[in-house]
Design a protein around this ligand. Structure first.
Ligand SMILES: *Cc1c(COP(=O)(O)O)cnc(C)c1O
Length: 367
């Protein structure tokens, strides 16, 4: 049997992409806000239920630019339980990350612990909708309003997620998506910033194009964050299959939950009352996580320990006072127990049964 990895990108049939390429070859517009770029921005606004959106070359440059757009400085409160790009985007802006522990159920920033971390230098909160599980957006906004802080959501995992008030991307001052190959919706590489109004979008559009407003006017030290026409065209094609892909992910999630529900020492994440995107399937192994991780690997199943190590354990962060292990007990425990199991639309029922049986055998064998 072939190796199975934690994810596998969904690719539409190649022949369906050819007409898009032909159009690019004909128009000879390769980037700088061409037709496909404009079409994808509109199509994503419609699909995600947001008013304005600026496409980017990747999610990390989008995060860095979002911080620039709001002129964030000083200290920003964020989670250690995420992909390292979340905190890196702060360092690239000369901002000091302040790590706050996570909630054991949502695995997102614990709102009850945010206030204690606020100092006179704090200017913003950067929460992550980890695994696409929604943050407690109401409580986070209440704290931000109280202390006059901005909120920038790293929504890299949250494509298509909806809570009680609609799309999760309409919260905070800005939200940032990633369309990397490993994400639920991909453009090979790509990302976007969700903007609340036209003025903010205009500023972000300038920032992603070196700060140019017109041929002779540069208003800011912008960067090159533009998405190319090839990526935008691919995004338009991908979007046609997204609902089918999400439905398949939902079925895979359900099958795992059923298969794993009675295994002692293995816990699945709570399935909340919101529209999920089934981007990841984390399990939490009470004892000796790495033994199961290695057993799966020996059998060709390459799960991933997302997120281990914690961001706060990497050398550029671990000297910060907020990175102290005693400050982050829940994040630490979670990171020592987690394995993300393979989940992607083409994952077969048989492969899933093989994974479930391996976990079952491993755990009964351990007694
Ligand atoms: C993938 C990811 C990013 C970075 O996105 P890229 O498009 O790969 O640059 C940022 N934050 C989180 C939480 C991610 O998972």
């Amino acid at each position: 049997m072939k190796n199975i990895y934690v994810t596998q990108p969904t690719l539409p049939p190649l022949e369906e992409f050819i007409p898009y390429l032909e159009q690019i070859w004909e128009n000879k517009i390769l980037t700088n806000g061409g037709t496909f770029h404009q079409q994808l921005e509109q199509a994503l606004c419609d699909y995600l239920g947001v008013k304005h959106l600026a496409l980017f070359t990747n999610g990390t440059i989008a995060l860095i630019t979002a911080l620039q757009a709001l002129r964030i400085t000083g200290e920003v409160i964020t989670t250690p339980y995420s992909f390292v790009a979340t905190a890196h985007s702060l360092l690239w802006n000369g901002i000091k990350p302040v790590f706050v522990d996570i909630d054991p159920i949502s695995l997102n920033l614990d709102p009850a612990k945010i206030e204690a971390a606020i100092t006179p230098q704090t200017t913003a909160i950067m929460p992550v909708h980890c695994y696409g599980y929604p943050c407690d957006v109401k409580r986070i906004q209440a704290i931000a309003d109280n202390y006059n802080l901005k909120v920038i959501y790293d929504a890299a995992h949250a494509f298509g997620v909806k809570n009680q008030d609609g799309g999760i991307l309409n919260h905070g001052d800005l939200s940032v998506l990633s369309f990397h190959a490993t994400k639920v919706f991909n453009t090979f590489e790509g990302g976007a910033i969700i903007c609340p109004d036209e003025k903010t979008k205009r500023r972000i559009d300038h920032l992603k194009n070196f700060g140019f407003v017109d041929e002779v006017t540069v208003v800011a030290a912008g960067i090159n964050g533009k998405m190319s026409e090839i990526n935008a065209a691919f995004g338009l094609l991908q979007l046609k299959g997204i609902d089918e892909a999400l439905a398949k992910r939902q079925a895979i999630d359900a099958h795992y939950r059923e298969g794993l529900k009675d295994i002692a020492g293995i816990r699945c994440a709570d399935s909340g009352s919101y529209v999920a995107n089934y981007a990841y399937f984390p399990i939490f192994v009470e004892k000796n996580r790495d033994a199961l991780y290695e057993t799966l690997k020996e059998n060709g199943i390459f799960g991933r320990r997302y997120f281990y190590p914690l961001i706060s354990d990497f050398p550029m962060y671990r000297g910060l006072p907020s990175a102290a292990p005693s400050n982050l007990p829940i994040a630490r425990k979670t990171s020592e127990e987690v394995i993300c199991l393979p989940i992607y639309p083409e994952l077969s029922h048989d492969s899933q049964d093989k994974i479930i049986n391996l976990i079952l055998e491993h755990h009964s064998w351990r007694g």
